[in-house]
Design a protein around this ligand. Structure first.
Ligand code: ZN
Length: 193
């Protein structure tokens, strides 16, 4: 923790770089990814402050939309689309994902019931993959597509897509190489950006 505190102490010593951010934010992209500490969206994309609106959840899960049940995830997505007017939404899964790995292996999560119940939101069908593969690549990619499908059921996303002002992207990030692949609709495969 101490190195992080030390950095935070000196971070604000570049006021000229941040002064303009006081007037507001107009990010073009909502970036949805896992809470995993090895995934750093700004590092991957080179985004500066104000460019990426982020939603991070365990396993980059987009929970089912339920208008009667407010969630932080739905509020973040709605704010990004309706208020900030983002043009693109990226759902980025990653290799070696603990959440997807637990799903693929069918881990017993009774000791962490909140995690167990959250992962229950993952998808309508379990991801298929070789349980012995630590990258769980196939499972993660399947999982990303399932979350994109889920996203489409959010009313604000549905409206944005219908109006042609929103584009969805599925990404797969390799924590052990730094490589990024994107899902291509024409080939239905994740390929190098
Ligand atoms: Zn993860």
């Amino acid at each position: 923790m101490q190195p992080l505190i030390d950095n935070a102490r000196t971070f604000g010593q570049r006021p000229e770089e941040f002064a303009q951010l006081a007037s507001g934010q107009s990010p073009q992209v909502l970036f949805i990814t896992c809470s995993d500490s090895r995934v750093v969206p700004a590092l991957i994309t080179g985004a500066r402050p104000g460019q990426l609106f982020e939603l991070r959840t365990a396993g980059n899960i987009v929970p089912p939309y339920a208008s009667q049940q407010p969630t932080g995830e739905a509020a973040t997505i709605e704010y990004a689309v309706e208020v900030l007017g983002v043009r693109d939404i990226v759902v980025c899964g990653h290799s070696h994902c603990g959440a997807v790995g637990a799903l693929v292996r069918g881990d017993d999560l009774d000791a962490v019931p909140a995690v167990r119940d959250w992962l229950g939101h993952a998808a309508d069908e379990p991801p298929s993959d070789d349980p012995a593969d630590p990258t769980v690549e196939g499972g993660v990619q399947h999982h990303v597509l399932a979350q994109l499908l889920r996203l489409r059921s959010y009313p604000c996303v549905e409206r944005g897509l219908a109006a042609g002002r929103l584009t969805l992207h599925g990404w797969y990030y390799e924590v052990h190489t730094g490589g990024v692949r994107a899902h291509r609709a024409d080939t239905d495969r994740f390929e190098a950006l």
